[in-house]
Write a protein of this length. Structure first.
Length: 216
């Protein structure tokens, strides 16, 4: 049975159906996007950007992905059943999936996504994914930014009314017709790593800045 489910998850039609279900549902939102032009201008001028967000806000991140499909954005996705489904959704939205996580294929995936950021200049990254713990920034965001010489662009999502699933991340699904605000922080250009402890300081700084916007 599991093999059959996995085989179905790997088909393109699943991603197409789920992606368009999200898009159609999101039509009901009163959507507002703030501070988008600043990092887009940076991108258009030749800069590289890594958009970072919490796993809890993935629903809206999927909706956003197609806005930037001309840049062929990359996203690192785990080698799992959920990852198979997510890959099809990302591909339908116009993105590129790099498969791997800290537990499976992480080193090769990190190398690949850094290469793609250098070439296409845009990627999205789930800071605490794919399995948490929630609100803890993993090393990937800092490693990618330094490896590709990319600016980190933190993203947060606020919804006036939302459902929160009973999952490790308390996944957020905004309720129909509610106001949803997507806010991009000013880009962060990380200073060079001059000492081993600088990496951890940068990781903790990003974590501290973003935790207030995680609605646990």
């Amino acid at each position: 049975m599991f093999k059959e489910v996995r085989k179905l998850a790997q088909t393109k039609i699943v991603g197409v159906v789920l992606y368009w279900a999200i898009r159609l549902y999101a039509v009901t939102f009163r959507m507002k996007i703030e501070n988008e032009s600043a990092w887009l201008d940076y991108l258009e001028q030749g800069g590289k950007a890594l958009i970072c967000f919490w796993h809890q806000h993935l629903f809206i991140a999927v909706w956003l992905l197609s806005r930037y499909k001309k840049y062929q954005p990359s996203v690192m996705i785990s080698k799992s059943l959920d990852g198979d489904i997510a890959t099809r959704i990302v591909e339908t939205a116009g993105g590129f999936s790099v498969r791997g996580s800290s537990s499976r294929g992480g080193r090769a995936a990190l190398k690949e996504i850094i290469s793609r950021i250098k070439q296409y200049r845009l990627a999205g990254h789930i800071m605490d994914g794919p399995q948490g713990p929630a609100g803890i920034v993993k090393d990937g965001a800092i490693s990618m930014a330094h490896g590709a010489d990319a600016a980190i662009v933190p993203l947060c999502v606020k919804a006036d009314l939302a459902w929160y699933l009973h999952s490790w991340d308390r996944f957020m699904i905004p309720k129909p017709f509610t106001r949803v605000t997507v806010y991009f922080y000013p880009k962060i250009i990380l200073p060079s790593l001059k000492a081993e402890e600088d990496f951890e300081k940068q990781r903790k700084s990003l974590e501290k800045m973003m935790q207030p916007y995680l609605y646990l």
